[in-house]
Unconditional design. Sequence first.
Length: 171
Amino acid sequence: MLTSNLALYLGTFIVWGFLMSFFLNLYFRCISVKTDNLLVFCSFAIFCSYFISDHLYELFDQTEVYKTWSIYDFVTLCIIYIGQRLLKTKASPGVIYTYIGLSINTLLFLFMHLDIVIFKNTTPWLLWDLYSLGVNVLDFSMIVALIVDRDIFGIIKLFNYVKRKKALNLK
């Protein structure tokens, strides 16, 4: 009972966070504080995805829910990528963190689907803990990244450093 209520409240809070990131980015775009249309589009797309999947949860076959969520995240990734191509813009840190978060979430959902549905595992183990913590941390990280639009964990800086080192080694 407590676990299901906590999951409901946490899910609602995450959807609310994505809605607030959309409203904030839209507001910043309207008053010209930020001019990144992709950030507004990305925050809207991820809000819609989470809102629809969260509110249609009861309609899903409970055994297929992880597969359904992975499909939602994959489709959201594709929609954001198509939006980026149509807008012909470079992805900002908030969008890059969204790409990373949705990609890892998709993999975690697929691994849970494999473990529970395909392999018929009913005993909790490390993957279940990694999933529970990982999905929620990634969701909150995406919300924060969409709001502040900064490289909050230094992932982009690390990637650029490795890319520079590799380029120097090739010369």
